[in-house]
Write a protein that binds this ligand. Structure first.
Ligand code: FAD
Length: 290
């Protein structure tokens, strides 16, 4: 099923993101995580893709299980930062072979190692979107950044390129995580002003331990609101309390989003189905599962 076919129906939608194992011997435990997450009945599930494609086979293995065993729409991520056209076409064909109709087309982060060779065929995600579009009738998602992408000189510049993604065939956008909903509301206003009116799936990261937050800020440059900082400062050294507080914070963010008409929420589960499960439980009457 194409995700875009239900994303616009004005009902609350919750999706979950997982990542593949790095090694074959961990594939079975990753499939167990998929099964536990699928039991929560998210509207769709996505699986990340290593920027340089090293774990691509496991991404395909997991999206296959999501789509064909658990019968939940799967969104396969695909990056192009170091791939040539042939590799990308092989991956898209692989998704097609497994009945995957939804692809999140990304450039990927530029690896810092000196031996890195950038793709000759793809410079940005819009190039990849155009390529996927030429290969069949896929539902294509793209990434967007409510606080601007770290490489962009300004949010305005980033919005301009986000518009190019939609023009290249992107059906909906999933946001980078944010910890203050007002950042998203302002961003959505700017998207609309720019003429970008595809559905926006709001990315929510339940921060359940102290080390996560330092990493998040260094990777994405996210603003951490004082309210959230107080929680991490106060509960960060008590793992159980931090987990409970992180789940409560993410739940509150989601309730506020739904209450303000943002109907689609994408949870970065970090392969913790028990954390996602608590959030789903907290939303059982707000976004009931069928
Ligand atoms: P692009 O859209 O190419 O944008 C990168 C930068 O270039 C931005 O500053 C943008 O403004 C600019 N730009 C865009 N188009 C153009 C253009 N045509 N000309 C000039 N400049 C342009 N990474 C992974 O490795 N694997 C994953 O599975 C993964 N999943 C993700 C899921 C989500 C929801 C999000 C938000 C991010 C994910 N990432 C993943 C991280 C992502 O790959 C990085 O943020 C990466 O740095 C940018 O990817 P992009 O697709 O947004 O790139």
């Amino acid at each position: 099923m194409k995700i875009i076919d239900f994303l616009k129906d004005n009902k609350p939608h919750i999706s979950c993101e997982l990542f593949p194992p790095k090694k074959w011997e961990n594939l079975e435990s990753a499939k167990a995580v998929v099964a536990e997450t699928a039991a929560l009945k998210p509207d769709y599930m996505s699986v990340t893709y290593g920027a340089t494609g090293g774990t691509s086979k496991y991404t395909v293995d997991l999206v296959d299980v999501i789509e064909n065993t658990h019968k939940i729409p799967a969104l396969g991520h695909l990056t192009c930062v170091s791939s040539d056209r042939e590799t990308v076409r092989e991956m898209v064909s692989e998704y097609k072979k497994h009945g995957i109709q939804n692809i999140l087309a990304l450039r990927g982060d530029i690896p810092k190692d000196s031996g890195f060779e950038p793709s000759k065929d793809f410079h940005h995600s819009d190039d990849l979107m155009a390529e996927i579009k030429s290969m069949g009738d896929f539902c294509i998602a793209g990434a967007c950044y409510p606080e601007g992408h770290p490489e962009s000189r300004s949010l305005e510049e980033d919005l301009e390129y986000t518009k190019r993604k939609v023009e290249a065939g992107c059906d909906f956008l999933i946001t980078q995580m944010f910890f203050d909903n007002n950042i998203l509301y302002n961003y959505m206003y700017k998207l609309l002003k720019k003429g970008i009116d595809v559905p926006i799936d709001a990315g929510i990261m339940p921060v359940t331990n102290k080390t996560q937050i330092a990493r998040i800020i260094s990777l994405s440059g996210n603003l951490v609101p004082p309210r959230f900082k107080m929680i991490v400062d106060h509960f960060g050294d008590n793992p159980e309390a931090m987990k409970q507080a992180g789940i409560a914070y993410a739940t509150e963010q989601i309730i506020d989003l739904f209450a303000n008409g943002v109907n689609c929420v994408h949870i970065y589960t970090m392969n913790h189905p028990e954390v996602a499960g608590e959030i789903f439980k907290n939303l059982s009457f707000i976004a009931p599962r069928q």
